[in-house]
Design a protein around this ligand. Structure first.
Ligand SMILES: *[C@@H]1O[C@H](CO)[C@@H](O)[C@H](O)[C@H]1NC(C)=O
Ligand SMILES: *[C@@H]1O[C@H](CO)[C@@H](O)[C@H](O)[C@H]1NC(C)=O
Ligand SMILES: *[C@@H]1O[C@H](CO)[C@@H](O)[C@H](O)[C@H]1NC(C)=O
Ligand SMILES: *[C@@H]1O[C@H](CO)[C@@H](O)[C@H](O)[C@H]1NC(C)=O
Ligand SMILES: *[C@@H]1O[C@H](CO)[C@@H](O)[C@H](O)[C@H]1NC(C)=O
Ligand SMILES: *[C@@H]1O[C@H](CO)[C@@H](O)[C@H](O)[C@H]1NC(C)=O
Ligand SMILES: *[C@@H]1O[C@H](CO)[C@@H](O)[C@H](O)[C@H]1NC(C)=O
Ligand SMILES: *[C@@H]1O[C@H](CO)[C@@H](O)[C@H](O)[C@H]1NC(C)=O
Length: 572
């Protein structure tokens, strides 16, 4: 140790002489080493990536900011007494193994200290002594295994503390005893097996807490202290199998919770139900197999929900989101076990604007799955879609989306100012491919022809079936009608079957039909029920209610196209 010290002093003496020899009269007797950049007007020196092995001591003693990152500095003994006025010091990415004792004792104004990416193994109670103004301390990516409970005792102003990327297993009670101002605490990428409750009990003003990528197995009742100002809690990439129903109930102001990539097998509905201020929730990458009714109970302010990468998810109940009246964005990508979506899943979510169900196992999609009227973004690419005419609505949306974006492009490039619709529905059209039928295999849905997406033949068939049914009913009805009539009114004996059919055919409006029914028994019956003139063999053309679909030259999609309207989804 003594030898070290002498060695160091010799080295300094030599350096000082060199400095004096080379001193430049403009820099207040200080020298700027070749690899550094000295901005004396703002009292800042940057010696980043300068292959330095020691802290240079001949810099301007008035310095406020010193950047020594990415060097080979091993130790800090007696380095900083020269720079009492430092406000920011960056020692990131060096080879520091120990901070020693009291090396920052004169940095009473230092507010930012970056010691990340070194090899610090140990902090003694005096390592950070004197740093009373320090607000930001970065100790991430070091080799800290434990911290003495007095390690941060002088850091009365500390507001952001990064301890991520170390080997911490637990934190001692009292470690944050002076941490009344601590707002952000990064404990991610350590080896915690449980929430460090005792130490966190003092961090009452915490807004942000990251415990990502540890080995936390469960959050029991009382594990999370009363952090009544916590807004963001990250618990992702642990091995959580369970969250006690009261485990998070102290967090009355929580807005963002991330529990993705854990081992949850069931929806933690009751554990989340008390987080009434939650606006964003991530549950991705767990082993949840079903999302039951009211799965997000009580989360009335929830706006953003990520339930993607749930490999085992097979069922979403249609009422899953009913409590989440403020829901705006839902990501359900890569739920590879999902073969169908419940119709009207978003029925109770009037504000939902972004829906993504990419790379599920969906073979078909119905327009009623999505509230198309209000959506701004719909992502459905990567599903093994059967591109039959049931997807005509989606094909139509894509055509509209493409024509709109090409018009926008034209407007941007051309001088002509076209009035464009202010709001649009974005679709991931270039990812929506077909797995079948054979003629569209691996093709983009958008490349299908109108003919391939045309269900009008199907409609014709449906109409024919319906008309046949009506015809049979009419025949039966006619027989029933004719039999009693013959008994009561002998004058109607001559009514032909054809005429009976005509009389019983549905009338254009319900009103007239009712009227006809009301006057059924009257003597004037024929006058009212006589249908419009028509020929039997051409019958369905004159039935107004079928007309839209029956006219061969017209189909539902062309109609939509003409009006440039989305299919309006009417929930029934
Ligand atoms: C610290 O900052 C204060 C106010 O900015 C100043 O008055 C004081 O001289 C500074 N102390 C040192 C040691 O530079
Ligand atoms: C310190 O320097 C590193 C590398 O140049 C940089 O990434 C980091 O943001 C700096 N730290 C601070 C607190 O500015
Ligand atoms: C810490 O290490 C991680 C992983 O190697 C890296 O992603 C991160 O940028 C590092 N952070 C700092 C401040 O060096
Ligand atoms: C850490 O520092 C303390 C006190 O300086 C010492 O007793 C302990 O042995 C050190 N631990 C390690 C792992 O170096
Ligand atoms: C939590 O702390 C807040 C503010 O300090 C206090 O009002 C509340 O009663 C405490 N709650 C519990 C359960 O201790
Ligand atoms: C958590 O899930 C992973 C991935 O399935 C598994 O390898 C691991 O054993 C599980 N751990 C616990 C504690 O359940
Ligand atoms: C289109 O394919 C889907 C999925 O195979 C099927 O459920 C649907 O009935 C088909 N629609 C038509 C009109 O054939
Ligand atoms: C419009 O322009 C964007 C980028 O400028 C391009 O990615 C997109 O494909 C264009 N759309 C059409 C329909 O040309």
């Amino acid at each position: 140790m003594e030898e070290d010290k002498i060695h160091l002093m010799c080295w300094r003496a030599i350096l000082t002489m060199l400095v004096l020899a080379m001193a430049d009269s403009h820099s207040y007797g200080a020298i700027c080493p070749a690899a550094c950049r000295c901005e004396n007007d703002v009292l800042k020196t940057t010696c980043s990536s300068a292959s330095l092995e020691f802290v240079p001591i001949q810099l301007n003693p008035e310095l406020h900011e010193l950047d020594l990152s990415n060097n080979r500095i091993v130790q800090l003994h007696f380095s900083f007494p020269f720079y009492e006025k430092l406000v920011a010091l960056n020692l990131s990415n060096n080879r520091i193994k120990t901070l020693g004792n009291s090396n920052f004792n004169s940095q009473r104004n230092l507010t930012r200290l970056d010691l990340s990416a070194n090899q610090i193994e140990n902090l003694s109670k005096d390592s950070l002594k004197g740093l009373k103004a320090l607000t930001h301390l970065d100790l991430s990516n070091n080799s800290l295994e434990e911290l003495q409970s007095a390690a941060f005792r002088d850091l009365h102003s500390l507001s952001v503390l990064r301890l991520s990327g170390n080997r911490l297993i637990h934190l001692e009670e009292g470690l944050f005893h002076t941490g009344k101002h601590l707002k952000e605490l990064y404990l991610n990428d350590n080896q915690f097996l449980e929430v460090p409750t005792a130490a966190l009990a003092d961090t009452t003003r915490l807004h942000y807490l990251s415990l990502s990528r540890n080995y936390i197995l469960t959050v029991e009742e009382g594990d999370m202290p009363n952090l009544s100002e916590l807004r963001i809690l990250l618990l992702d990439n642990n091995v959580l199998t369970d969250i006690h129903p009261a485990g998070l109930s102290n967090l009355i102001t929580l807005e963002h919770l991330d529990v993705s990539d854990n081992n949850l097998t069931a929806m933690p509905t009751s554990s989340l139900a008390k987080l009434s201020t939650l606006t964003s929730l991530k549950l991705s990458g767990n082993f949840i197999s079903s999302i039951p009714p009211v799965a997000f109970k009580g989360l009335f302010h929830l706006r953003i929900l990520r339930i993607d990468r749930l490999e085992t998810l097979a069922i979403i109940d249609v009422r899953a989101f009913v409590d989440n009246i403020n829901l705006e964005a839902v990501n359900m990508d890569y739920n590879i076990g999902m073969t169908k979506l419940p119709t009207r899943l978003f029925h109770g979510n009037p504000k939902v604007k972004h829906i993504s169900v990419r790379a599920n196992n969906l073979r078909t999609l119905e327009a009623t799955h999505f509230p198309l009227d209000q959506l701004h973004e719909l992502r459905v690419g990567g599903n093994p879609l059967q591109c039959n005419c049931s997807l005509g609505w989606l094909w139509q949306l894509i055509q509209e989306y493409k024509s709109k974006s090409s018009r926008i492009n034209a407007t941007i490039s051309g001088p002509k100012k076209e009035k464009l619709p202010s709001f649009d529905l974005a679709i991931d059209d270039s990812d929506i491919t077909c797995e079948g039928p054979e003629d569209l295999k691996e093709a983009l849905l958008s490349s299908a022809s109108r003919h391939q997406m045309d269900c009008s033949v199907g409609w014709m068939a449906a109409v024919s079936v319906a008309v046949t049914v009506v015809f049979i009913l009419v025949v039966i009805g006619g027989v029933v009608y004719w039999a009693p009539k013959r008994q009561s009114k002998s004058t109607k004996k001559e009514l032909s079957v054809e005429e009976t059919i005509r009389r019983s055919l549905p009338q254009p409006t319900i009103h007239r039909k009712t009227e006809a029914y009301d006057t059924y028994e009257t003597a004037q019956v024929e006058k009212y029920i006589l249908p419009p003139p028509m020929m039997i063999h051409n019958e369905y053309r004159s039935l107004p209610s079928w007309d839209t679909y029956a006219t061969p030259s017209m189909n539902i999609y062309e109609q939509l196209n003409e009006h440039r309207d989305r299919p309006h989804i009417v929930y029934v």
